[in-house]
Write a protein of this length. Structure first.
Lengths: 194, 199
């Protein structure tokens, strides 16, 4: 009788252990997730291959681009988030092709590709070691995903265990009717108007 | 468990026989059920224009179909082509932006040699790329209709669905996986004078 009870108890304990192990196994995406370096707006955040910092964040109902005297206006169902940051490679020159707005609820919004990228705008720019350069990023985000959001920057979407920098947005301006990105012929590649 | 001396050969044979009959019966029932399911596929709900359809990954509302010779970009193609365009609203219900719209709508019955549709963002009249979560967008699905096939007067579209799996069976990675179509929408195709190639 005691022996039978022991057998049943051992089976139950083994089943419980297996269930706990099954529930707590990290997923494939957790195992291969990027290595995150976090920071706050206004400071340069250092990851192993590059550093990135956010200077200003502006919100607008419309985004306009001005190049060669032509203005193009991009509307959105949410708001445009225009981020001006600064990036620098650490050891070798590299492109930064991924930028995302990570809302407080964990929802990601991609770097827009509606606005044709130009020099000095992610994702087309390359960054060099020792030469910090401004990086311009534009997102389309619903208005309720702004508060408590983070700017996420990474080298590539598919490289597992690569660097990822997250900068929490703190000083966000009020929503402006329109922000214009003017492409310049010389000097800095773009100017934000007004 | 050791066999007690009272378990005779006859009893053991009987137990084997019983297990065999039970197993065969279970297999037969399972086969009959799958045969019945295959013979009676679940009907696909017919949904009207303007009604939202939950496909798992997307909420889709179809608004109508039109035909023309000019794609939504307004740039006439080099060779004359004919297009069938469907206006629809999509909302991404997942947590990440994606652009996997091209298998969402399929004409029913299938049209031979029909390429996959190209999606345009109505806001920009340009190619749609990433659709952000929870941001409804009006998009236009554009099929380049085959030269050999006449333009349809009515179009029936099958709306496919996808489910989210936290762990797939191969890597344990999360992802979206195709499931059965959830709805069929039938609509007239009207010639759109604004989508006519300038002569």
């Amino acid at each position: 009788m005691i022996a039978a009870l022991k057998t049943v108890a051992a089976v139950v304990a083994a089943a419980g252990l297996l269930y706990a192990m099954q529930r707590t196994t990290p997923g494939y995406s957790d195992i291969t997730s990027p290595i995150v370096a976090s920071g706050r707006q206004g400071e340069a955040v250092q990851a192993s291959a590059f550093s990135f910092g956010v200077n200003t964040i502006r919100l607008a109902r419309e985004l306009a681009t001005e190049s060669f005297g032509r203005t193009k206006i991009f509307s959105t169902s949410g708001v445009w988030v225009v981020v001006v940051g600064e990036a620098e490679a650490t050891y070798e020159s590299l492109p930064l092709t991924v930028a995302e707005w990570l809302s407080r609820d964990g929802i990601r919004y991609a770097l827009t590709d509606r606005v044709p990228a130009t020099a000095g705008m992610m994702p087309v720019d390359r960054f060099e070691p020792g030469l910090p350069r401004p990086a311009l990023i534009a997102f389309e985000v619903p208005e309720d995903a702004i508060e408590g959001g983070q700017v996420v920057v990474a080298r590539s979407k598919i490289a597992p265990l690569d660097d990822e920098i997250r900068v929490s947005a703190e000083a966000i301006g009020a929503v402006e009717p329109r922000v214009t990105i003017r492409r310049n012929d010389g000097g800095p590649p773009w100017t934000l108007l007004p | 468990m050791t066999a007690t001396p009272s378990s005779t050969l006859r009893q053991r044979l009987f137990a084997f026989l019983l297990a065999g009959i039970g197993g065969t019966a279970a297999a037969a029932v399972s086969f009959a059920m799958s045969l019945h399911d295959a013979a009676n596929p679940p009907g696909i709900a017919a949904v009207g224009l303007g009604d939202p359809i939950d496909t798992g990954r997307w909420t889709v509302t179809l608004h109508g179909a039109r035909s023309g010779t000019l794609p939504p970009t307004g740039v006439p193609p080099f060779d004359p082509k004919k297009f069938v365009m469907v206006d629809l609203d999509v909302t991404n219900r997942s947590a990440t932006p994606n652009n996997v719209l091209y298998r969402l709508l399929t004409p029913e019955p299938p049209v031979p040699n029909l390429p996959l549709p190209v999606y345009y963002l109505a806001r920009d009249n340009w190619f749609a790329s990433y659709i952000n979560p929870d941001m409804p967008e009006r998009v236009i699905a554009v099929w380049e209709w085959p030269e050999a096939a006449p333009l349809p007067e009515r179009l029936k579209l099958k709306v496919s669905s996808q489910i989210y799996k936290q762990r797939d069976n191969l890597y344990g990675a999360s992802g979206w996986y195709d499931r059965d179509p959830v709805a069929e929408v039938e609509m007239p195709v009207v010639a759109d004078p604004k989508a006519e190639r300038p002569q």
